[in-house]
Design a protein around this ligand. Structure first.
Ligand SMILES: Nc1ncnc2c1ncn2[C@@H]1O[C@H](COP(=O)(O)OP(=O)(O)O)[C@@H](O)[C@H]1O
Ligand SMILES: [Mg+2]
Length: 181
């Protein structure tokens, strides 16, 4: 089995086979697999995609237009992400790692029990829904901070080529409940 860093390198290699336009087209397919489901939900945690991730930009605006409460992560330290509500692109500002983040108030931790679904980006996901991130463990810590018993479903969102047979798992790694690709 490849170790985490070897898998990250493999994933970067696979992504380079696609142009930005192709990734956009593939993204539209993945988004079409979750749009209807998300329209039945509220209190959604999503992510504002980077160029090499399944593109969520249009979907986020559709959800807001449909009246959904949507939150995005905001990096506040070397280890911690918090949530802020996404109300539209005007409210975004470039944050750590060049990720666009909302500027509004931080959602208090005691409100996390209202969240129903979390869309989680990743570099790779395996057959047992394990996730490989970019190597800083932000999502592991963030997802671990949800109150238990948990009311939210964690969905890994990825391109098909990001699915692999097996990812090495450490004790701190948080498993997804399902994958959308
Ligand atoms: N819940 C946690 N508490 C403390 N450290 C953590 C936690 N989750 C992850 N880490 C740390 O983050 C680092 C990166 O985790 P890793 O799973 O390799 O990255 P990623 O999930 O981004 O692929 C690890 O060195 C790990 O010790
Ligand atoms: Mg991890």
């Amino acid at each position: 089995m490849l170790n985490k860093n070897e898998l990250r390198a493999l994933m970067r290699e696979r992504k380079q086979q696609f142009t930005q336009q192709q990734l956009g087209e593939l993204s539209a397919i993945v988004v079409s697999h979750m749009r209807e489901y998300l329209m039945l939900m509220d209190n959604i945690v999503a992510y504002y995609s980077l160029p090499d991730e399944v593109c969520t930009h249009q979907l986020l605006d559709e959800l807001v237009t449909a009246g959904k409460t949507v939150y995005l992560p905001k990096v506040v330290s070397d280890t911690e992400m918090v949530l802020c509500q996404y109300t539209g692109r005007d409210s975004l500002q470039k944050g750590a790692f060049d990720i666009m983040e909302p500027t509004g108030p931080v959602l208090p931790k005691d409100k996390y029990e209202d969240i129903r679904v979390v869309l989680v980006p990743g570099m790779a996901f395996d057959k047992e829904n394990h996730r490989l991130g970019r190597g800083k463990g932000y999502y592991d810590r963030f997802l671990n901070s949800f109150p238990k018993p948990r009311h939210a479903v964690f969905y890994g969102v990825c391109f098909d080529f990001q699915r692999v047979d097996a990812i090495p798992v450490d004790e701190h790694d948080v498993c997804m409940d399902g994958l959308i690709s």
